[in-house]
Design a protein around this ligand. Sequence first.
Ligand SMILES: [Zn+2]
Length: 155
Amino acid sequence: MAATDRARWRSAANWLNLATPCGLLLARATGCRVRSGPRGLYLALGYRLDLPDAAAFTVGNVVLWREGLDEPERCPGLIVHEERHASQYAWCLGLPFLPLYAVAAGYSWLRTGDPASRNVFERQAGLAAGGYTQRRSRPIGALLPPLRRWSRPRG
Ligand SMILES: [Zn+2]
């Protein structure tokens, strides 16, 4: 499938699954200025709320861009990263992306102490492009000391 076909498919999917309308409502509610971006994305500029703690984040095909950040055209790597999240919304049938992302972020936090390093969504979108530094994973066994104590044979 050509890149433009993929972008059209993603745009249609994220309209139908209502993720893009939700992103536009969020942009409107938070006072962002919305304009068209590359490959069917919308750029919502001037996001000011503290959460999420990110330079940019995506809801459907809407990329919410924090106030004070450089112009999107000067951050092509971050746009590509957010575009991959837009595709992830389409594959997750829209807003189910959010709880799935939360589970992936929680798993990553347990394994590494940060929400991105082992988060499948951030890894697929590109950690470095998203501004993340990959942290080393802790062994799974180290996460479960109570279970190890419980499973120890008793004499
Ligand atoms: Zn990301």
